[in-house]
Structures are given as structure tokens and as C-alpha cells.
Design a protein around this ligand. Structure first.
Ligand code: M6R
Length: 362
């Protein structure tokens, strides 16, 4: 039941403050991590391999930044369909993590089976707790997003990010890289997110207006740096899957290695850039785009908007958050841009052509 929303996707986007709050309650107790993540020990973990498909893969790419930065553990990330046939060596001390909303994705399951007996331990991050991937892993960590009906993954993505960030915090604690005070502060930041999500969702009408114009483009580019790079990839996937607009994402620093050749006044360039430690670099990439007539849609915070000036085509302003948690917040405008562009184009938002919710065959 769509509870009054026009589409399941709109309902599932709007549910994110509530499901995230619920998931946090299950995994965080005051200023420490509780539940199944608390029972995991990363002291002897020397490497982590993350494997998934689609949106879940982009959650894994985000987790690589978190795990490497916070826990200082080397991380490999791979697309399940490549991983399974490449048959990579799995070093001793490796924890393998498989991320899947459905828990039934054929390639992800095959990749998990390849790691069985090779990795020290197999974890899964799933939404469907009784799924094959959950059953076949040593420890299954449910994301608690609730049933997701829309083919385009939304609340599952933010809930995957939530569990993966908590895993990174636990790993960092076990590795002696995060003291109690910093951990408490980070967990407090995470617990403030559901309220901040509500503020971001209130910007919906601004995003809707911008998206109606984005929907007129034939091609759209997404840019981001650091933690915003995987999010740019997710934004492009979301847009192409439901609006059928050609979209590509690049790490901002890659722009001058090729994609800048595509820039002209017909190409909207969506830039995810909170005013973080990499902001200045992203702004200079943005200026390169604008100097070539590209239409920049800047998604940032108030400080970022002020520093970027008024030459952008559109600016979407979000609340300011600690840069570690920014991917969860910036996922919301990424989803809303795709949603409103698809509605403007009149496509079948919940059941896009050629796609299935769960890909159980190769
Ligand atoms: O069920 P899974 O998380 O394993 O599914 C993986 C992908 O098929 C899925 O994320 C797909 O990319 C979505 N339609 C993206 O919105």
C-alpha cells in the first residue's frame, strides 16, 4: 500500500527518517555500538573485501572510504559478476562482506560461495533477513529498512550505509584508531541524522523544480570527490534507471582526463559538494565546467553555496553535517532528482522497463 503517495518510490524516500531511526536504535546504545555488530572483533582483520551489485555496490564503495580512513584497514571493493569469475586470491586475515537488499542476487551469492572456506569470516548486510545470502554467511547484519517495493533502491541504500558506517566505527575501535570520545561524538552525529533527513525532505519542492528542467536534457553528468564520488555514481544510476536519461558519473578530478570534452550548454552537471576538506578542489572543477557553458546544479550546504557564488544554474542547499555522514544525507537529493525527473518524463517510476527488483539469474 502506497499510504497516499503516488509511487512506492516516493513513499520509500519519505520513510527514510523513520527507518534510519529504527535501525540506529537496534545497533546503537547510548554512546556505544550494541547488537550483532558489537559482537564482531576486527582486531586480527588485515583486509576487508566488499562485494555487491548496483546500488549495493555503491554502498560498498562508500564503505571503502570509511573503513580505510577510520579503521586504517586496506579494503577491496568489487562488482559481484566480475569478482566471481576473476577468482581473486583471498589473503589470510580477510573478512569478506556481501551487501544485498534482496539477499538473492545470483552474482553476489556466487561470489559469497567462492569466498566460503577462503575468507576468515563471511558477513552479509541484507534487508531480507531470511534470504540465501543471509543464511549462507557467518553473520548476517540486517539493515532494517522494511520492505522495499520500488525497483529503484532508496531506503535500502541509506540503511546499508548506516550499517557499513557502524561496522567501520567498530573496526576502528578494535584497531585502536578511534578513542571513546571520538566514537561517542560520531554516534551522536549519526543519531541526529533522522531529524536532518526531515529538513532535507522539506526541500523537496526546490528539487522538484530543478528536476523538471534536468528532465529535458539528453545527457547528465554527476560529479563528486571523496565520499561524494560513490554518491555521484549512485545518483547517475538512479536517474538512468527510472527516467531513461543518459547519465554518467565521474570523480571530479577525472574531469580533465576526458569527460570535460562533453560539456556544453545542453549538459546539466550535478555536483555533490558539501563544504568539506575537498570543497575548494571541487569548486575549481565546477568553474571549469561553467567556463565551458555547462549548467551546474550544485548540491551543497549554506557555507558551500556562499563560497561557490551565484554562477551556478541551480543550487540545492542541505543542512550542514559532519563530512563522515554526508553520503547518507546527500543520498536524499540524489534520489529525489531521479524521482522528479522520471515523474516529469512520465515513465513508470516503480516498474522501469527491462528491470526486475531482484536479479536472481545471471
Ligand atoms: O538485491 P540487491 O541489493 O543485491 O540488488 C542489487 C542491484 O540489483 C540493485 O541495487 C539495483 O542496482 C537497483 N535497481 C538500483 O536501484
Amino acid at each position: 500500500d502506497k499510504s497516499g503517495y503516488k509511487h512506492f518510490m516516493a513513499k520509500e524516500i519519505a520513510e527514510q527518517p523513520a527507518v534510519l531511526a529504527d535501525a540506529l536504535n537496534r545497533y546503537v546504545d547510548q554512546d556505544s555500538i550494541s547488537g550483532p555488530i558489537a559482537d564482531l572483533d576486527f582486531t586480527d582483520t588485515t583486509g576487508i573485501t566488499l562485494v555487491a551489485c548496483g546500488t549495493a555496490f555503491y554502498a560498498c564503495l562508500t564503505a571503502k572510504y570509511w573503513l580505510e580512513k577510520l579503521a586504517r584497514i586496506p579494503v577491496e571493493v568489487d562488482i559481484a559478476s566480475e569478482f566471481r569469475y576473476r577468482e581473486p586470491p583471498i589473503a589470510k586475515g580477510t573478512t569478506a562482506i556481501f551487501v544485498s537488499q534482496s539477499g538473492e542476487t545470483a552474482d553476489t551469492l556466487a561470489a559469497l560461495r567462492y569466498c566460503a572456506g577462503k575468507a576468515d569470516r563471511i558477513l552479509s548486510v541484507v534487508n531480507v533477513a531470511e534470504s540465501s545470502i543471509a543464511r549462507e554467511s557467518d553473520v548476517a547484519l540486517p539493515i532494517h529498512a522494511g520492505v522495499e517495493v520500488g525497483v529503484a533502491s532508496t531506503k535500502a541504500f541509506t540503511c546499508q550505509l548506516n550499517v557499513l558506517l557502524l561496522l567501520a566505527i567498530k573496526a576502528a575501535t578494535d584497531k585502536g584508531e578511534l578513542d571513546q570520545g571520538s566514537r561517542a561524538k560520531l554516534l551522536e552525529t549519526m543519531r541526529a541524522l533522522p531529524g536532518i533527513f526531515n529538513v532535507a525532505l522539506d526541500r523537496d519542492s526546490v528539487i522538484e523544480t530543478a528536476s523538471a528542467q534536468i528532465a529535458e536534457a539528453r545527457d547528465v553528468l554527476f560529479l563528486g570527490r571523496g565520499l561524494m564520488y560513490p554518491l555521484a555514481l549512485e545518483g547517475a544510476l538512479k536517474l538512468k534507471e527510472i527516467s531513461y536519461i543518459h547519465a554518467e558519473a565521474y570523480a571530479s578530478g577525472e574531469l580533465k582526463h576526458g569527460p570535460i570534452a562533453l560539456i556544453d550548454k545542453s549538459v546539466p552537471v550535478i555536483v555533490f559538494a558539501p563544504r568539506d576538506s575537498l570543497f575548494d578542489k571541487t569548486v575549481s572543477n565546477m568553474q571549469e565546467v561553467m567556463a565551458r557553458g555547462g549548467k551546474v546544479v550544485l548540491v551543497t550546504d549554506a557555507a558551500g553555496a556562499q563560497q561557490a557564488g551565484s554562477d551556478t544554474w541551480k543550487t540545492i542547499i542541505l543542512p550542514e553535517v559532519d563530512e563522515v555522514v554526508a553520503p547518507l544525507l546527500y543520498a536524499l537529493p540524489a534520489q529525489l532528482i531521479a524521482y522528479h525527473a522520471a515523474v516529469a518524463k512520465g515513465t513508470d517510476v516503480d516498474q522501469p522497463r527491462n528491470l526486475a527488483k531482484s536479479v536472481t539469474v545471471e
